[in-house]
Design a protein around this ligand. Structure first.
Ligand SMILES: [Zn+2]
Length: 466
């Protein structure tokens, strides 16, 4: 009997891990880090529900840390199989996972120095050498090409339009034993992107399937019609008028480059005054190279790439690659703009800027992506008056603004558009959504399509019927 086990991203948006078992073989789809509330983050320290050395392979939909960030720990704990993913994701992981290891080392160091660690000494979840090992296990496979991660499993990736290299996965699983004809087709949506997004291709329609495992990040809402330039102009104008710095928490790959490009476009057109823009991320420059190398993966034309490169080379744009350059930003009083990761403010250099600038009423914090429950980004949106950063309560006097147009996740109508003419799967599972979002999407799909939809909990197992 083939089985599907939900080991993460069930009722939450992080820790994506779905295990498929058939004929004594195990294939793990995504291996993400839990992020957000403390209770969730503590799951990162739990023993994996099956011994990692019994997993035959991992198939990875995309590089975001909530889908890939637990891989170094999985390999540290004994996993030695291959990790199948797209060529661009292979290159991005070489940047992202080292950064993740560094963030965790810094967190542990900081916790020890400030003495607020619960465990003494605080240890990082994994280290650079664990990342080295993961990179050796990576197996690049182009989209639309079948591959067999384990006996009895056939898979292929399709464009998901969510980030560079992102895919959704079509998997055929033998009903029982290896070698038999495929009996079940499962589609894992990974994260589904937007249509007509200013950087990525549109997601392609999924094939018919027996079981669908679909994300539901924005399952209970609809984005306002997307006007990225206008929205960014309005928020930035207001921030500049306040006279202080605008802090933009941003994912370093894709989003940061897009923001610089859009801001510079507005400044060049005279729609915004020329103020300095700092990209406080050593990853942003490295990521440009990956974008260049995988030109066919996104719909940035050569001319637009040139535009991004020119924006980054503008005298108004400054790259802070090392810690000293990052600290030098502190001397600037404003107005100005700092773009730094992480996007949900749960780590990275943005924390130092927040700690310094949040008490200043002239500061603006711009939120450009999804903010999970338990992250500092979510607390700010919800109107927190204090934010805990590095063990201290920082008073929030800054203005907080959102720009939805830059979100990378489809809303429920866009998911419906992506599903297109797909006939009803035997069963649809909604993952990667907080409970109201997952329930909202379930109701939406049941009503609109009459589908049998369920929202699994972490640890749920489902037997696929023959
Ligand atoms: Zn993602």
């Amino acid at each position: 009997m083939a089985r599907l086990r939900f080991l993460g991203a069930a009722g939450v948006v992080s820790g994506s891990r779905h295990l498929v078992e058939s004929g004594g073989r195990r294939v793990l789809v995504d291996c993400g880090l839990f992020q957000g509330e403390k209770e969730l983050r503590e799951r990162n320290w739990e023993r994996f529900p099956v011994p990692p050395d019994t997993i035959d392979a991992v198939v990875l939909t995309h590089g975001h840390i909530d889908h890939s960030g637990w891989l170094p720990r999985l390999s540290r704990d004994g996993f030695r199989g291959r990790i199948w993913t797209s060529p661009a994701t292979v290159d991005l992981l070489g940047i992202l996972l080292y950064d993740s290891a560094k963030c965790q080392a810094e967190d542990a160091l900081y916790a020890n120095r400030k003495g607020y660690a619960k465990h003494r000494p605080a240890l990082p979840l994994y280290e650079e050498r664990d990342v080295d090992r993961v990179l050796r296990l990576l197996q690049a496979v182009p989209r639309d090409e079948w591959f067999e991660p384990a006996a009895g499993f056939r898979c292929r990736f399709h464009e998901a339009g969510h980030m560079l290299g992102s895919s959704f996965l079509e998997m055929e699983v033998a009903a029982d034993a290896p070698g038999r004809t495929a009996a079940h087709r499962v589609v894992f949506s990974g994260d589904v992107g937007r249509f007509d997004a200013p950087l990525y291709k549109d997601p392609v329609p999924p094939p018919a399937c027996d079981y669908l495992v679909c994300e539901s990040t924005y399952g209970d809402r609809d984005h306002t019609p997307s006007r990225p330039l206008d929205e960014l102009e309005a928020a930035t104008k207001e921030a500049i008028a306040r006279g202080g710095m605008m802090l933009v928490a941003s994912f370093a790959i894709g989003r940061a480059q897009q923001l610089v490009y859009l801001l510079r476009t507005l400044m060049a057109a005279g729609r915004l005054p020329e103020v300095p823009v700092w990209v406080d991320s050593p990853m942003a420059v490295d990521a440009m190279e990956v974008f260049r190398k995988h030109g066919r993966e996104h719909d940035f034309s050569e001319a637009k790439m040139q535009g991004v490169a020119e924006s980054l080379a503008s005298p108004f744009v400054r790259m802070a690659k090392n810690a000293a350059e990052s600290k030098a930003i502190n001397a600037h009083d404003g107005p100005g703009i700092v773009i730094a990761s992480s996007g949900m403010m749960n780590g990275g250099r943005i924390l130092h800027h927040l700690a310094r600038r949040l008490p200043d009423p002239r500061t603006t914090v711009l939120v450009a992506g999804f903010q999970a429950i338990g992250t500092r980004g979510r607390s700010l949106i919800d109107g927190a008056r204090f934010l805990k950063i590095h063990g201290r309560d920082i008073p929030v006097k800054a203005a907080v603004r959102r720009v939805d147009a830059l979100s990378g996740h489809a809303d429920r109508h866009e998911i419906d558009r992506w599903l297109g003419g797909m006939p009803a799967p035997r069963r649809t599972f909604l993952v990667h959504g907080e409970p109201p979002a997952a329930r909202g999407m379930a109701a939406f799909l049941a009503e609109r399509r009459g589908w049998q939809v369920q929202v699994p909990a972490i640890g749920d197992t489902f037997e696929m019927e023959s």
